[in-house]
Design a protein around this ligand. Structure first.
Ligand code: DAK
Length: 273
C-alpha cells in the first residue's frame, strides 16, 4: 500500500504523507516509502530542497501505536527501529516541514528532524508519550529542548499537552505561521528560494548550524534510546498503549511489571570489614 506521494516541483521535492484514516500515524511502510526515495535524491544535483507535509488534519499524529504495542524490549533492540528515521534526519539537502493539524509524538519529532518548520494556524504540536507510559523516543527530548529550551520542553513532555501554532512560533519551534490555505504555497515559495541557492552552500549552512548542537547530542540520544527501550518493560507502558487501543482511560500502577521479593540479607551474608 502506498502512503507517501513524492512529486518534483522545479528543484523542490514535495513528499506528502498520505494515511488520512489514521491521522498519518507513522508506520514502518511510511518510513521506508518516504526515506528511501529521499535518500536516493539527496545527492541529485537538480534537487535543492525537500518539502515534507501531510494533510489539513494531520502532519502526523505520532508513531503508529498499534505497531509500537507489538514491540518488546528485545525486538526493539534487535531491529533498532530508529535507524530508518535517522537516515531521514541525516539527509543533507535542506528539509522543510509544512505542518497543518496534528504533529504529535513521532510526528513532532519528524518535523523537528527538518531544518525549518512552517505551520498553518490550525497546527498543534505535542509530545504526548507520557500518556502512554513512554517518553519521546525519536529525538524529542534532545531536539525539542534545544529548540524551545529546557523549561518549555519539560512542560510539554511532562504534561503531554499540545501547543498551538502561535505558541510554537513564540517558543522557537516554528519559523513562521501562515493562514491555513497559505501554508503550502508559502512553504513552496520558500523551498523554491532555498532550492535555487547553491546546493553546496545550503548544505554547508545546514551542517554548520547543526554543528552548534552536536557536541553533546550523541550521548543524549543514546541515553534517550536506552531509557525508551527500557520503558517497554514496564506495566505502565503496556497499559497506556492497550488503553489507547481500547479507547479508554489508562489505569497506571506505577509499579514494575513483576514485583520481586525484597532480598533478605542475613548477618552471615554481610561482608566482613
Ligand atoms: N497511532 C495509531 N493510530 C492513530 C494514532 C497513532 N499515533 N493517532 C490516531 N490514530 C487513529 C485512531 O486510532 C483513529 O483510528 P480508528 O479508531 O478510526 O480506526 C483515527 O486515527 C482517528 O483518530 P481519533 O478518532 O483518535 O481522532 P480524534 O480527533 O478524536 O483525536 C488525536 C485526535 C490526535 C488527539 C488522537 O488520535 C490521539 O491522541 N492520537 C494519539 C497521539 C499520540 O499519542 N501520539 C504519540 C504516539 S507515540 C521509537 C519509535 C517510535 C516512537 C519513539 C521511539 N523508537 C524505536 C525508539 C514514537 C512514539 C510515538 O509517537
Amino acid at each position: 500500500m502506498s502512503f507517501v506521494d513524492i512529486e518534483h516541483k522545479g528543484r523542490t521535492v514535495v513528499a506528502t504523507i498520505n494515511r488520512p484514516e489514521a491521522l498519518n500515524a507513522l508506520n514502518a511502510d511510511i518510513c521506508s516509502q518516504l526515506v528511501d526515495p529521499l535518500v536516493a535524491l539527496d545527492n541529485h544535483p537538480e534537487v535543492g530542497c525537500i518539502l515534507l507535509t501531510g494533510n489539513e488534519r494531520a502532519f502526523a499524529a505520532g508513531a503508529d501505536i498499534k505497531e509500537l504495542a507489538c514491540h518488546t524490549y528485545e525486538s526493539a533492540l534487535d531491529t533498532d527501529l530508529l535507524v530508518c528515521w535517522q537516515r531521514f534526519a541525516e539527509i543533507r539537502t535542506p528539509k522543510i516541514a509544512a505542518v497543518s493539524g496534528y504533529a504529535l509524538g513521532g510526528g513532532c519529532e519528524l518535523a523537528m528532524m527538518c531544518d525549518i518548520i512552517y505551520a498553518a494556524e490550525n497546527a498543534k504540536f505535542g509530545q504526548p508519550e507520557i500518556k502512554l507510559g513512554l517518553i519521546p523516543g525519536m529525538g524529542g527530548t534532545q531536539r525539542l529542548t534545544r529548540l524551545v529550551g529546557r523549561t518549555k520542553a519539560m512542560d510539554m513532555v511532562l504534561t503531554g499537552r499540545m501547543i498551538n501554532a502561535t505558541d510554537a512560533e513564540r517558543f522557537g519551534l516554528v519559523a513562521q505561521v501562515y493562514k491555513n490555505e497559505e501554508l503550502l504555497p508559502a512553504s513552496l515559495a520558500n523551498a523554491d528560494k532555498i532550492a535555487n541557492f547553491g546546493k553546496i552552500a545550503a548544505r554547508a549552512a545546514v551542517e554548520t548550524i547543526n554543528a552548534a548542537d552536536n557536541s553533546h547530542m550523541a550521548a543524549g540520544l543514546l541515553f534517550e534510546q536506552r531509557s525508551y527501550h527500557a520503558l517497554w518493560a514496564t506495566a505502565d507502558a503496556r497499559e497506556g498503549m492497550q488503553a489507547f487501543l481500547e479507547k479508554r482511560d489508562a489505569n497506571f500502577s506505577g509499579k514494575p511489571k513483576a514485583e520481586k521479593p525484597a532480598l533478605s540479607v542475613t548477618p552471615s551474608a554481610t561482608l566482613a570489614t
